[in-house]
Design a protein around this ligand. Structure first.
Ligand code: PEP
Ligand code: MN
Length: 375
C-alpha cells in the first residue's frame, strides 16, 4: 500500500507524528518514507510493506496528513501504475522535463575519444537547437584489451564544453559506484556547468549492488537499459531496485535483445514494447536505435536501418532517443561503424519531428476510445 501525503507536509507536526507512530505499531508491516521533489512541491510517499491486505484503505485515508492511499496490486510497487494511481509519470532535471508525454533526443558520442570530437559534436548540437547529448566515459567492453574509455580523465573537458555549448543533460554510463563520485567531483570542479543522467548499461541491468548505490543518490536521474538476455519483467524489477532505494527519476531504455534471430542486426529490435512499458509503469521510455541495429546498412528505399527503427520507436510513443553520432567516424574508437555523421543530424532531427507529429495525431485519432490506461 502507498500513502501519498498532502504536498509539502511538515514532518515535525503532531499530525505527521501521530501517523508515524500508528504505522510503527502495526504488526507485520514495515514502512519506508520517500520524498519526491516535484516542480513546485515536495511530495512525501510512504510505502507499506508486509501484510497490508489486513489494512483498511478508509482508515488510512482518514489520517489528516494523508491525501490518498493506493492499494498496490501489481509487482512494480514504486514505478508501476496501480489502480486509482495518480502519481506523476514525469520528472524535471536541470530544466529538462522527462515524461511519458514528451520526447528528448540524446545524440552524441558512444565513447569520448578526444576534446576535438566532443567540441565538434556539441557545437553541432547547439546549432541544431539540442540541449541533451550522450558521452561515454566509462565503457564496458567485451574484451579487456579493448579501449575502456577515458574515465575520469575526460570529465572536466566534457563538462566545460557542455557548458560552453548550452548542453543541459549528458547521458553517461557508470559501471561502478565510484564513477558517480568522480562525476560529482568533476562537476564541482568545473562549477556544475551541465547535468548528468547516469546510464546503467545492458550488461549491468542486474548488478544489484550498483543499482542500489545509484538508487540511493537522488542528485542524478538514471537511464536503465533493459538487459539484453533477460525478460522484460526482470528488467522492470531492476528499475524497481533504483526506485525502492529512493530514486524515482528513472527512464527505461530499450536497446534490442541478443539473439541470432535478430541477425543481420546486432540485436533484435524490441521497440514494440514501448507501449507495454508505458502502460505498466510510470517511466518514460527511451530507445537506442544505434545499439539495436549496429550497422549503417541502408534499405532499397535509401534510408538507413537505424533511421527506420528510430521512426518505428517514435511512432510508438518513445520519450527519449539515445543515438550514436560521430564527427569523424573513421577515427571513432568504439562503435564507429554504427555512428551517424554530423551532416546527417539536421535530417535526423527533422525525421524525428515529423514522425512525432504523426504519433501525436494518432493519439488524437484514438482519444475517446479508451477511458483509462490499459483498458
Ligand atoms: C551504450 O549505450 O554505450 C551501450 C554500451 O549500450 P548497451 O548497454 O545498451 O550495450
Ligand atoms: Mn556503443
Amino acid at each position: 500500500m502507498i500513502l501519498v501525503l498532502k504536498p509539502n507536509v511538515d514532518e515535525t507536526t503532531r499530525e505527521y507524528q501521530r501517523l508515524e507512530s500508528h504505522l510503527t505499531n502495526l504488526t507485520s508491516i514495515e514502512f519506508r518514507v520517500h520524498h519526491v521533489q516535484g516542480h513546485e512541491q515536495l511530495l512525501t510517499e510512504i510505502y507499506l510493506i508486509g501484510n497490508t491486505a489486513a489494512l483498511s484503505l478508509e482508515e488510512m485515508r482518514s489520517f489528516p496528513g494523508v491525501d490518498h492511499a493506493v492499494r498496490v496490486s501489481e509487482e512494480y510497487r514504486v514505478l508501476g501504475r496501480h489502480k486509482d494511481d495518480t502519481r506523476p509519470s514525469e520528472f524535471t532535471y536541470n530544466g529538462v522535463r522527462f515524461g511519458q508525454d514528451n520526447l528528448n533526443v540524446f545524440a552524441g558520442l558512444c565513447a569520448v575519444d578526444s576534446p576535438e570530437s566532443v567540441e565538434a559534436m556539441m557545437k553541432a548540437l547547439q546549432e541544431n537547437g539540442q540541449v541533451c547529448t550522450r558521452m561515454g566515459a566509462y565503457k564496458p567492453r567485451t574484451s579487456p584489451y579493448s579501449f575502456q574509455g577515458h574515465g575520469k580523465n575526460c570529465l572536466k573537458y566534457v563538462f566545460e564544453l557542455a557548458g560552453k555549448y548550452g548542453i543541459k543533460v549528458i547521458a553517461m554510463e557508470v559501471t561502478h559506484e565510484s564513477h558517480v563520485d568522480e562525476i560529482n567531483d568533476a562537476l564541482d570542479a568545473t562549477g556544475r556547468p551541465t547535468g548528468v543522467m547516469l546510464q546503467i548499461g545492458t550488461r549491468n541491468t542486474q548488478n544489484f549492488e550498483l543499482l542500489k548505490s545509484v538508487g540511493r543518490q537522488q542528485e542524478f536521474p538514471v537511464l536503465l537499459k533493459r538487459g539484453f538476455g533477460i525478460t522484460l519483467d526482470e528488467s522492470l524489477h531492476a528499475a524497481e531496485y533504483l526506485a525502492s532505494e529512493g530514486n524515482q527519476k528513472v527512464v527505461f531504455g530499450l536497446r534490442g535483445m541478443k539473439t541470432n534471430i535478430g541477425d543481420p542486426h546486432r540485436n533484435m529490435v524490441d521497440f514494440a514494447h514501448i507501449p507495454v512499458v508505458k502502460r505498466i509503469t510510470r517511466m518514460p521510455v527511451c530507445i537506442d536505435p544505434s545499439h539495436s541495429v549496429g550497422t549503417r546498412s541502408r534499405s532499397s528505399d535509401g534510408i538507413l536501418d537505424i533511421l527506420h527503427v528510430t521512426a518505428q520507436g517514435v511512432i510508438a510513443g518513445a520519450n527519449m532517443i539515445l543515438v550514436d553520432f560521430h564527427p569523424y567516424p573513421n577515427k571513432a574508437v568504439v562503435d564507429g561503424p554504427q555512428a551517424l555523421r554530423l551532416e546527417e543530424l539536421p535530417a535526423f532531427l527533422e525525421d524525428v519531428r515529423m514522425v512525432r507529429e504523426v504519433f501525436e495525431k494518432r493519439v488524437q485519432l484514438y482519444r475517446g476510445e479508451s477511458t483509462a490506461v490499459g483498458s
